[in-house]
Design a protein around this ligand. Structure first.
Ligand SMILES: O=C(O)C1=C[C@@H](OP(=O)(O)O)[C@@H](O)[C@H](O)C1
Ligand SMILES: C=C(OP(=O)(O)O)C(=O)O
Length: 434
């Protein structure tokens, strides 16, 4: 007999007073970069405050298997990154350049997320990589590395910055370093800058010419150092939305471990949320959020901070702020098609996401009629769908399906959320078909 799978749900209801101190998870982006650099020093760095995010824990596990198998059994082993984009892209470059034979794979969705641009660049640098199923997508097989003569590679910048970060991080151990020419429009640039800053911190020689879009990295190995990871600004964005949507005008949230001058581009949430009604005050411990009057409309280009788009779209939909979004094309190739997911789920809270110029400009508008009863939000294996909709609880009851998805980046999200909402975790019996 097949076991019946119960559907996990989180129901969230409105609290009264909102006064909380939120520890936050640390940044998985910073963690995963530090881990690759550490591996390239022979694991001689002292990394503090590494993220508990599944994406980071997966990276640690797969790098450990790397150590374990040095001089170990011949033939490729499988590195399963699950649904972690940075882990897939960064480890592919790392295992390739260190000449390890691996099969790189992940969840079915990971096998739909493109990687051909990175594979082409790695091949040009000397990696032997084959596709095991579909050309341009995981699973991949890494068969070894023999450094090519060239140290100059052209790469598109408009699909994912993770390919560029992956190549930059391995550049110091290439025999002649690397010159990367970035072509076309550039998305997620702050993530490339984060990579460069962390590389420089660990002693790499880097020159970035943003006008001509050329980045040069010298052939100088990293220096082992200690490094402390900052809290996660992407995770902080959900607390900004909580503050913006709180009915309690005296709401105050203290988010720990964040700095005003951050390596993370998602610290842009400070500026995005001011017109949505949140004031930020930096303290020694982090940032304090309080409420201020919201403005009627906001237009924001999310090219530099795609992971904030869902948070801001949901917040504006509930706050009644007319939001225009640009720069969200890359959302279609993330954990799910986030544009489609938002379009379906926003309807449930009485709003819509409309494309007003093909592939370019979108608007969040409130619908005239709002569906009755608490909205039940599907999360599409996407942590950010769950966390972006949770703050709606500040205004009305909301049900989030598969709440466990948050583990990808912020495993303690629901514990933190229980400080500002009544969170009830239940398991629902499957509905019997008539
Ligand atoms: O380098 C990184 O740490 C990331 C880069 C971004 O991806 P893209 O460059 O694919 O936009 C971002 O969405 C992702 O969550 C993390
Ligand atoms: C897109 C994300 O992650 P990744 O691409 O690393 O899977 C994310 O965390 O929102």
């Amino acid at each position: 007999m097949n076991a019946v799978r119960l559907l996990p749900l989180a129901t969230l209801t409105q609290p009264g007073i909102i006064q909380a101190t939120i520890p936050l998870a640390s940044s998985k982006s910073e963690s995963n970069r530090a881990l690759i650099i550490d591996a390239l020093t022979g694991f001689r760095c002292d990394l503090q405050n590494l993220s508990t995010a599944r994406d980071t824990q997966t990276m640690i596990r797969l790098l450990k298997s790397d150590v374990q198998y040095v001089g170990g059994p011949a033939g490729p082993e499988t590195a399963d990154v699950l649904d972690a984009g940075t882990t897939m892209r960064f480890l592919t470059a790392y295992f390739a350049v260190t000449g390890q034979q691996k099969i790189m794979t992940g969840t079915p969705r990971m096998c739909e997320r493109p990687i051909g641009i990175l594979v082409d660049a790695l091949r040009a640098l000397g990696a032997d990589i084959t596709y095991l199923k579909k050309e341009g997508y995981p699973p991949l097989q890494l068969n070894g590395f023999q450094a090519a003569e060239t140290n100059r590679v052209s790469i598109r910048g408009d699909v994912s910055s993770q390919y560029i970060s992956a190549l930059l991080m391995i550049a110091p151990v290439l025999p002649n370093g690397l010159t990367l020419e970035l072509t076309g429009a550039l998305g997620s640039r702050p993530y490339i800058e984060m990579t460069l800053e962390q590389m420089i911190y660990f002693g790499a020689h880097v020159q970035a010419d943003w006008v001509n879009k050329i980045i040069t990295v010298g052939a100088k190995p990293y220096t082992p150092k200690s490094y402390a990871i900052e809290s996660d600004w992407s995770g902080a964005s959900y607390w900004y939305s909580v503050a913006a949507l709180a009915k309690d005008e005296t709401a105050e949230l203290n988010l720990l471990g964040l700095k005003a001058k951050s390596l993370q581009g998602d610290s842009a949430i400070v500026d995005i949320m001011r017109p949505l009604g949140v004031e930020s005050t930096f303290t020694d411990a982090g940032v304090r959020l309080t409420k201020r009057p919201a403005e009627p409309s906001l237009a924001w280009d999310f090219t530099d901070c795609p992971d904030l788009a869902q948070t801001v779209a949901v917040c504006a939909a509930v706050n009644g702020v007319k939001l225009t979004l640009t720069g969200i094309e890359s959302l279609k190739i993330k954990e799910t098609d986030r544009v489609a997911a938002l379009q379906t789920e926003l309807q449930k809270i009485g709003a819509e996401l409309i494309e007003t110029e093909p592939n370019h400009r979108y608007e969040v508008r409130q619908l005239n009629a709002k569906p009755k009863g608490p909205a039940r939000i599907a999360t599409y294996d996407d942590h950010r769908m769950a966390m972006a909709f949770a703050p709606v609880a500040m205004q009305e009851e909301i049900i989030v399906e598969e709440p466990g998805v948050v583990a990808k980046s912020y495993p303690s999200f629901w514990d933190d959320m229980a400080q500002v909402a009544i969170v009830d975790m239940i398991q629902e019996e499957p509905r019997v078909k008539e």
